[in-house]
Ligand binder design. Structure first.
Ligand code: SAM
Length: 326
């Protein structure tokens, strides 16, 4: 296995796969107010086509795959994809990002198929507010999904909270306190996106989130540092769980970005927050050789920008988060 690096010498080892652009929630910051136009089902990659891409990518040095969406658990038979991908030589970590609504029914089957860990998006612990943010009265389903993921030994279970001023920032301490009970909570800065609903006035910088949580006690940096992604992790004294911060807006972490993203329609994106893309679907549908697919993967890697420019107000125009996988 060779290993690939981009033009800025960043090793690329992680593929994020969106398996659907459909979602069973309508989070205010993610979906454009009028909804998104959905890709016809015939244009969504089949699980076999996704596995083909992963197989070629693994040959090139990709070792980690995260499955996302839309809502990945809303696509039938996801455990089948997890099984295929986790059996590919070179793939040593298969994880999932989900809103958790359907996790209770699927956690054990996914774990048995080879899923290692799961990130669950949860922006409020209050039933009515959860409904206002997501459009659906599904908080109890998500909480049950979190419990079931733990019972199924998916580890770690991380809870992703997008922080919005005036909407859920009064729950920062409630979420942080759950780390004492073993929750791994990550606070994500709201990204103001053209195609999503994230508004500038609701943005709370991670530095402020950190300061407010520090009122609970000193935040001790985790040692050794956790994870291979963009979060920085801390712990409250004596807590079993962790508190993470993801700062796409205030503190660039592009310099260590190791990712490519495969959208549900087969476009390979070198950056979440840029419009560059390479279309893999036509070659996949004419049964091209692994070499041809590999060439297109290299083309996407070569076009990976040095960094996104969200904090200069330059945001992707073509796709919303739900279409790229967040
Ligand atoms: N449906 C799954 C879920 O809810 O986790 C996966 C897809 S969702 C698009 C992936 C992640 O993107 C979620 O954690 C979501 O909170 C995050 N996200 C979407 N829009 C965002 C925005 N404007 N700012 C920050 N995070 C965002």
């Amino acid at each position: 296995m060779s290993g690939i690096s981009d033009s800025f010498q960043r090793p690329i080892s992680y593929l994020r796969v969106s398996v659907t652009d459909r979602c069973n929630l309508r989070c205010v910051y993610c979906m454009p107010p009028g909804g998104v136009s959905l890709v016809p089902r015939s244009e969504i990659l089949t699980y076999e086509e996704i596995a083909t891409v992963v197989r070629v990518a693994a040959e090139m040095g990709i070792s980690k795959v995260r499955i996302s969406g839309g809502e990945p658990l809303a696509r039938a038979g996801l455990a089948g994809l997890v099984r295929m991908v986790s059996q590919i030589e070179g793939i040593d970590d298969v994880s999932l990002t989900t809103n958790g609504v359907l996790l209770k029914e699927q956690a054990f089957e996914l774990a048995e198929a080879g899923l290692r860990r799961v990130n669950i998006s949860l922006d409020s612990l209050k039933r009515q507010r959860f409904k206002e943010i997501t459009g659906y009265d599904k908080l109890s389903e998500v909480l049950e999904g979190i419990d079931e993921a733990r019972r199924a030994d998916l580890s770690p279970v991380k809870i992703n909270v997008v922080v919005m001023r005036g909407i859920n920032d009064d729950e920062l301490l409630d979420f942080a306190l759950l780390s004492r009970e073993g929750w791994n909570v990550r606070f994500i800065e709201l990204m103001p996106l053209v195609n999503g609903g994230g508004k500038h006035r609701e943005f709370v910088p991670a530095s402020e989130i950190r300061d407010r949580i520090s009122s609970l006690g000193e935040l001790l940096p985790c040692s050794p540092p956790l994870g291979n992604g963009p979060a920085s992790y801390y712990q409250l004294q004596g807590a079993k769980g962790t508190i993470g911060f993801i700062t796409p807006v205030s503190e660039h972490f592009c310099f260590k970005c190791n990712r490519l993203r495969l959208a549900a329609d087969g476009k390979l994106l070198p950056c979440l927050l840029a419009d560059e893309e390479v279309d893999l679907r036509p070659v996949l549908r004419r049964d091209a050789s692994p070499e041809e697919i590999g060439k297109l993967i290299l083309q996407a890697v070569a076009s990976k920008p040095q960094g996104h420019r969200v904090n200069q107000g330059i945001v992707p125009q073509k796709r919303s988060m739900t279409q790229v996988g967040g």
